[in-house]
Ligand binder design. Structure first.
Ligand code: GLU
Length: 518
């Protein structure tokens, strides 16, 4: 449901300066399609308003670091055509763009919050906290429990000083206010209210001095002058912490606008789409192939499955948004023009792989085949077919593209153009085969030898003429011809096929077919 006009004004009134949006992934593995859709919506909004799209790598959780994940993100964005204006690889004025390289920036903010009584030191050991979790159902470190734990709210100043001097590890936690309300306007969900007593006192600075995501995300969004934060719905529960930090550190008027994007759901709508659903149901969930270096586990990507980036992007844009018309096929340029965050749905979008393939088949038809010829050539090569002439492959691709929904379908659909079919479906012709048909094909070859222009209209006309003279229905003869040339019943127009095969190969195949049938 689109938001009321007054609300739209509110969104756009806040955009007197050039918008800056960011995608802030943690490099912990392959990029789930939900992540790519987040990139896309950020990118579309930034570009529509002449703004910047920033890529920031959130790698403060060293324990979750996975080698190669950062490079994978760059490659995915590149494949999708969603190039950031600023990133670790393309630094702008707001670097560094990797949080691990910004470590010295955060401590000061945590200290500031301690000095103002808005955060506190917590000395509880991981074992103590583990014990609490085991013994107290749904344990949370929060307004209700913090008074019974080992922190600077329960210890004296002197005790705290001694612990710190002794080098006892501690974390810094935000002190959530008691019984207050935190309100904010989400660009998709409208006005939202959170009770502070229900939100836990999140760790801001870890014992190793690294900020947690919660502190780093706010500090960096401020320092990088981010104007809009579009991110997944899973971050909605953290929003009150972030908003409170914004108020404490920089003031509410500096805060970016928020939009929490709906989840991409399992095909049956029951819960968030996971990598495991993809493995179970046989479709990709990641943008590109990903091999987990920790266990060698491989996950297939849309790219390698045979998707065009244009189709992938188009499909993702419509997982949670539409422009209010029947139009479904949009180029990136059109999406930049037409996207509007207020038309993003609140409810989750059910993942539909068949629909994704439909988008791909539309884009296969829409783009010039030369656009994806190298991939098709490579997949034919994998089948041992090396095509010398690109022009010939182009013609073949144009003939079979209506039958392909994935780029990987091309090899199967066009192999017979380049080598004699592996099997010939004689069974569909043999029962009705007779001497009259045998003679027809012999005559066909003799006449075809003489025709000046080897092209499909001429071939068809000649074929029909001979059939008429011999008083055989063309329908009775087309199938045998197809089986002789293709090996099976399907494929593009049979005279187009003969044209591409050329005179000699066509004759060879007909002769071979006649031998097999006799
Ligand atoms: N680092 C978070 C993630 O991995 C970013 C969340 C946000 O955009 O605030 O998704």
């Amino acid at each position: 449901m689109p938001l009321p006009a007054a609300f739209k004004c509110f969104i756009f009134a806040a955009m007197d300066k050039k918008p800056r949006l960011r995608f802030a992934p943690s490099p912990t593995g392959g990029l789930h399609i939900g992540g790519v859709r987040t990139v896309l919506y950020n990118y579309l909004f930034a570009k529509q308003h002449g703004g910047d799209f920033v890529l920031r790598i959130e790698d403060t959780d060293q324990g979750r670091f996975v080698a190669g994940a950062e490079e994978y993100i760059y490659e995915t964005l590149h494949w999708c055509g969603l190039e950031p204006d600023e990133s670790p690889l393309k630094p702008g004025l707001f670097g560094p763009y990797r949080q691990s390289e910004r470590k010295p920036l955060y401590r000061n903010y945590a200290d500031q919050l301690i000095d103002r009584g808005l955060a506190y030191y917590a000395f509880d050991t991981p074992e103590e906290l583990e014990h609490r979790r085991k013994t107290t159902p749904n344990f949370q470190y929060n307004v209700a429990t913090r008074a019974g734990l080992r922190n600077s709210l329960t210890l004296t100043d002197q005790e705290v000083k001694i612990l710190i001097e002794k080098g006892i590890p501690y974390t810094i936690r935000i002190r959530m206010p008691e019984n207050e309300e935190i309100r904010f306007t989400d660009m998709i969900r409208g006005e939202l209210v959170f009770q502070t007593s229900l939100v836990d006192d999140k760790v801001l600075l870890k014992a190793d001095g690294m900020p947690t995501y919660h502190l780093a995300v706010v500090v960096d969004d401020f320092l990088m002058e981010i104007t809009h934060v579009f991110r997944g719905e899973e971050w909605l529960s953290s929003a009150p912490v972030h908003i409170l930090l914004w108020k404490h550190l920089y003031g509410e008027d500096k805060m970016p606008r928020w939009a929490h994007l709906p989840l991409i759901l399992k095909p049956d709508g029951n819960g968030k789409l996971s990598k495991r659903d993809g493995d179970r149901l046989g479709f990709p969930v990641f943008a590109m192939d990903w091999t987990d270096p920790r266990n060698g586990e491989k996950t297939t990507g849309f790219k390698e499955r045979g998707f065009l980036p244009e189709a992938f992007i188009n499909f993702l844009a419509l997982q949670g948004w539409n422009d209010g018309t029947e139009q479904e096929v949009f180029s990136l340029e059109e999406l930049i023009l037409k996207f509007s965050i207020d038309r993003v749905h609140k409810g989750g979008a059910k993942f539909n792989y068949e629909k994704a393939k439909w988008f791909n088949s539309e884009w296969i038809k829409k783009l010039p085949v030369t656009h994806y010829l190298p991939q098709v050539k490579a997949s034919l090569e994998q089948q041992g077919i090396s095509v010398k002439k690109d022009d010939q492959l182009k013609t073949v691709m144009e003939l079979v593209r209506d039958r392909c929904s994935l780029l990987s379908d091309f090899a199967g659909q066009s192999a017979f153009f380049f080598r004699y079919p592996a099997t010939i479906d004689l069974a569909s012709v043999q029962p009705k085969w007779n001497e009259q048909k045998n003679l027809f094909f012999a005559e066909l070859i003799r006449t075809y030898e003489l025709i000046p222009r080897w092209e499909h209209e001429e071939l068809e006309r000649t074929f029909k003429e001979i059939a008429a003279v011999n008083e055989i229905k063309t329908g009775e003869l087309m199938l045998p011809l197809r089986i002789m040339l293709v090996g099976q019943k399907s494929g593009p127009g049979v005279f187009h096929i003969a044209e591409v095969l050329g005179r000699k190969e066509t004759f060879d195949r007909i002769r071979k077919g006649l031998q097999l049938l006799s």
